[in-house]
Write a protein that binds this ligand. Structure first.
Ligand SMILES: NC(=O)c1ccc[n+]([C@@H]2O[C@H](COP(=O)([O-])OP(=O)(O)OC[C@H]3O[C@@H](n4cnc5c(N)ncnc54)[C@H](O)[C@@H]3O)[C@@H](O)[C@H]2O)c1
Length: 424
């Protein structure tokens, strides 16, 4: 078990974070942090030399608590091969009465954000169906639920219609990082437009509540700082980012079209930069880039002069916000993000410091201190981005709790473990 699992995690007010989520709008989303961590800060296999633990052991010690629900797959170093097994026991989920148990569809549920949302909804005792085409997501992110009676995973592209009985739809399916959404720009627009059209059609047909994960990119390169939801944005409609930015803008337009015309019960979350374990390390986003470069002892690349600012939100805060929004009565767009602003240059230094701290704690020797180097800025990269989260505070009573430092420490440990496993 990593030492991060036992170290205290403090929130912005210096209070220890033992659980995430809260009881609000008649929906209890609280889950112990330890339980969630046991799903992502865990080794994915045991080396062939160690005897896998018996899954039926009692969770007496801290160590046992974390190994109880781990896959017992075995790694053979000589052949660099892995023998997968399924879990013999699933993580415990709440036993909800049918009146409280919801049937929830999560599109893009095998991706970074989706998998954390799925973990939370499953532990809370709901029935969860994931649809995903695995373009950027992976079955491994939710493999610990495969076979569970409350869980179903379907390989499906949201560009095609999909029918299912459900009460709530979290519509996340869409690549989120620039290299991924620019890989096939036309497909990204199709996913945003047709995918959202199909999911709204489903919501209308089965009278499900529909939440779309929109983005701060709808504000483009903003002239207003920080950005409130009423700001209409400053987007280049033909630039390389347009397939995503304009895709999400039209997805929002569709969402409110279905609300006005057909009375569909809609929620729109405008998500700002979010990071955390299970982020695809090759997705080209700044947090994963910096951590992976620093862990590998490579120079860290800052694009531009490093003075452009960004804010970074930890995944658990986002999931809290999404669940609160879904269950609230707020149908206007709501920004969900962390307002703590860093210049990219400062952020690179913070990541380097945290990587060094974790390496020192684990007794890892560095050959040299990594350098921070500067390269030209890509087209249309916004200079400033920071959420105005007044609406989320007023209507959802939601505010980010995680400091960037605490979130980064967890994420560094996650990537470090992946590197040691040889899967990074
Ligand atoms: N992570 C962030 O910082 C951030 C910021 C703003 C908005 N968002 C939004 O949140 C959502 C999730 O983002 P993420 O960071 O988890 O990205 P991700 O790429 O990790 O996850 C997206 C998931 O959607 C799936 N997908 C893509 N196209 C699909 C299609 N046509 N049919 C079915 N599945 C498809 C992918 O395979 C993947 O599992 C996206 O809608 C994204 O726009 C994320």
């Amino acid at each position: 078990m990593s030492s991060a699992a036992t170290a205290q995690t403090l929130d912005k007010n210096g209070q220890e974070i033992k659980a995430v989520g809260f009881k609000r709008f008649g929906f209890d989303s609280e889950v112990a942090l330890d339980v969630l961590r046991s799903l992502y800060l865990r080794p994915h296999y045991a080396p062939a030399t160690t005897e896998p633990k018996d899954a039926a052991i009692k969770a007496d010690s801290e160590e046992d608590k974390f190994s109880l629900f781990q896959s017992k797959s075995i790694y053979y170093p000589e052949t660099h091969s892995i023998s997968y097994t399924t879990l013999s026991r699933f993580p415990p989920v709440k036993l909800l009465p049918p009146s409280e148990r919801k049937r929830i569809l999560v599109t893009g549920g095998a991706g970074f954000v989706g998998s954390h949302l799925v973990d939370r909804l499953m532990i809370l005792g709901h029935e969860v169906t994931v649809i995903d085409n695995f373009f950027t997501g992976s079955k491994t992110t939710v493999s610990h639920w495969i076979g569970h009676p409350n869980f179903e995973m379907v390989r499906h592209d949201v560009v095609e219609p999909f029918m299912i009985e459900c009460d709530q739809i979290y519509h996340l399916a869409c690549p989120a990082s620039p290299p991924h959404y620019q890989f096939n720009a036309v497909k990204t627009i199709k996913t945003s437009f047709m995918g959202t059209l199909n999911m709204l059609g489903l919501a209308k047909r089965v009278k499900a509540r529909f939440l779309i994960t929109s983005t701060s990119e709808v504000y483009g390169d903003p002239e207003v700082h920080p950005q409130p939801e009423d700001y209409w944005g400053h987007v280049n409609p033909i630039g390389p980012r347009a397939c995503y930015d304009e895709g999400k803008r039209v997805a929002e337009t569709l969402t409110y079209g279905f609300q006005r015309q057909d009375g569909v019960d809609v929620r729109v979350a405008r998500i700002f930069n979010t990071y955390g374990p299970r982020m695809n390390p090759a997705d080209g986003r700044v947090v994963s880039n910096f951590i992976v470069q620093a862990l590998k002892g490579e120079d860290m690349t800052v694009y531009g002069d490093g003075k452009q600012t960004r804010s970074f939100q930890y995944i658990h805060d986002l999931v809290d916000g999404l669940i609160a929004l879904m269950n609230s009565g707020e149908s206007r767009p709501v920004n969900i993000g962390n307002g703590d602003e860093f210049t990219i240059g400062e952020f690179a230094e913070l990541v380097r410091e945290i990587v060094e701290k974790v390496q020192d704690e684990d007794g890892v020797k560095r050959e040299r201190r990594v350098n921070i180097i500067y390269k030209p800025m890509p087209t249309d990269d916004p200079q400033k981005r920071r959420p105005d989260t007044t609406r989320a505070k007023e209507t959802l009573d939601w505010q980010p709790r995680w400091t960037v430092r605490m979130g980064l420490e967890e994420m560094v440990r996650y990537y470090k473990a992946k590197m040691e496993e040889g899967s990074l």
